[in-house]
Design a protein around this ligand. Structure first.
Ligand code: BGC
Length: 348
C-alpha cells in the first residue's frame, strides 16, 4: 500500500509504503529510505513497533538523528572529512566537529529515493534507487545506488545494497534503525541482552575516529561474545565509554568480509521475548547505545526519547577506512559493483 506521507518545503511529495509478510509489518518512506515503523509480535502475538520514528515529514527533515534512515555515501566517520585516492586528495562535507559523519550534511538519509514495489515468489519488497552526482558532499564519481528491502515469507527484513560509480570513489552504506524491542516509547533498552560475535573492536579518539588499533574485547566492557545486558557495563569508567558517552564503537566481526551473510549479533528483550538476529556480509558492526538522545524528541509512540531509549546496530566497513590502508577496503572502481547484504530475523 502506498500513501502520501507529506511534502518537502519545495513541494516534493513523500510517500509511505506499508508491507506485511511472514508476520512482520514494515512502513518505509521515500525520504531517506526511512523505516518509519517495523512491527513484530511477542510470544503471545502482541504486536509492537520496535523502531524509533516520527509522525511527520517535518520532524524527519529538521530533527532526525538518522531514525531508520539509509546512510551514505559513507556510514560513520571519516577523519577531518579528508582522504587521498589514487594520488588525489578529497575534502568532504564536515558535519560532526572537524569530521565527516554519515555522508556529510546532506547524506542519503535526506535524499528522495525512487521506490518500486515487487513480488518475488513468496517474498515481497521495495527497490529504492538514488543517483548521487559527481562531487556531491565532496565524494568523487556519479554513484548509482540501489537498495532492496525484502520482507521474506518468514518475516525477515533483508537489505541488499548495490552501487556503481563512473570514477574511483569510496562507499560504505548502512541502515540506521534505532531498536527498542519492548516497543517504541517504552523507555530504556539497558535491560536488552546483546551478543556480538567479535573478539576485537576499533578504539577511537575523542572525536570518535578509530586510532587504528584493533583492541581485544576480553576483560573490557566491550566483550559481548556471550550475551550480556546492554546496561551491565555502561557505567564503567573506561576511557572509551567516556569519549562516546556510552557505546558508540565499531566491532571487528570475527568472520570478516563474507560472500554470504553470516550471523553476527543477537539482541533480545527478556520482558517481551522479542529477539532480533543480524546476519551480514560486512566486516564491522557499529553498536551505538543511543547516547545522544537527550529528551528533546517525541516519537510515534508519543513519548520523549531519552538517553539509552534505543540502540543501533549498523553493519558496515570500519569507520575512517579511506585513511586506514590496513582496514578492509571501501574503494569502489568503475566497472565494479559494490554489493553487501544484511538480514534481520525476528522471533519471540
Ligand atoms: C554514530 C553516532 C551518532 C549516531 C547518530 C551513529 O552511527 O556512531 O556517533 O551520534 O549515529 O547520528
Amino acid at each position: 500500500m502506498k500513501e502520501l506521507f507529506g511534502k518537502l518545503a519545495d513541494g516534493t511529495e513523500i510517500h509511505r509504503w506499508s508491507l506485511e509478510n511472514g508476520g512482520t509489518r514494515l512502513k518505509v518512506l521515500s525520504y531517506g529510505g526511512i523505516v518509519q515503523s517495523l512491527e513484530i509480535p511477542d510470544g503471545e502475538g502482541r504486536y509492537a513497533n520496535v523502531c524509533l520514528g516520527f509522525d511527520t515529514i517535518e520532524d524527519y527533515v529538521t530533527a532526525s538523528p538518522y531514525f531508520g534512515a539509509l546512510v551514505g555515501r559513507y556510514g560513520n566517520r571519516i577523519g577531518k572529512g579528508r582522504f587521498t585516492l589514487d594520488g588525489t586528495a578529497y575534502q568532504l562535507s564536515v558535519n560532526d566537529g572537524e569530521n565527516s559523519l554519515h555522508g556529510g550534511s546532506e547524506g542519503f538519509d535526506k535524499a528522495v529515493w525512487e521506490v518500486e514495489p515487487f513480488t518475488q515468489g513468496p517474498d515481497i519488497g521495495l527497490v529504492l534507487q538514488h543517483t548521487s552526482a559527481d562531487g556531491e558532499m565532496g565524494f568523487p564519481g556519479t554513484l548509482r545506488t540501489k537498495v532492496t528491502y525484502t520482507l521474506t515469507e518468514h518475516g525477515d527484513w533483508r537489505v541488499d545494497y548495490e552501487a556503481t560509480t563512473d570514477k574511483v570513489t569510496v562507499v560504505n552504506l548502512t541502515s540506521h534503525v534505532y531498536w527498542n524491542l519492548a516497543g517504541e516509547s517504552s523507555g530504556s533498552v539497558n535491560g536488552h541482552e546483546l551478543e556480538i560475535a567479535a573478539a576485537r573492536y576499533t578504539p577511537v579518539d575523542s572525536g570518535l575516529i578509530p586510532t587504528g588499533e584493533l583492541a581485544d574485547v576480553a576483560g573490557t566492557p566491550f566483550d559481548f561474545r556471550a550475551a550480556k545486558a546492554v546496561g551491565a557495563d555502561l557505567r564503567v569508567a573506561h576511557q572509551q565509554l567516556l569519549y562516546a558517552k556510552g557505546f558508540d564503537h565499531n566491532w571487528v566481526l570475527d568472520k570478516g568480509v563474507t560472500a554470504e551473510p553470516q550471523h553476527v549479533a543477537t539482541l533480545k528483550d527478556p520482558s517481551s521475548g522479542r529477539t532480533l538476529r543480524i546476519a551480514t556480509t560486512e566486516p564491522g558492526l557499529q553498536f551505538y547505545s543511543g547516547n545522544f538522545l537527550d529528551g528533546t524528541l517525541v516519537g510515534t509512540g508519543g513519548a520523549v526519547h531519552r538517553q539509552g531509549d534505543a540502540l543501533c546496530l549498523e553493519t558496515q566497513h570500519h569507520p575512517d577506512s579511506p585513511n586506514r590502508p590496513d582496514f578492509p577496503s571501501t574503494v569502489l572502481r568503475p566497472g565494479r559493483t559494490y554489493r553487501t547484504t544484511t538480514i534481520h530475523s525476528f522471533d519471540a
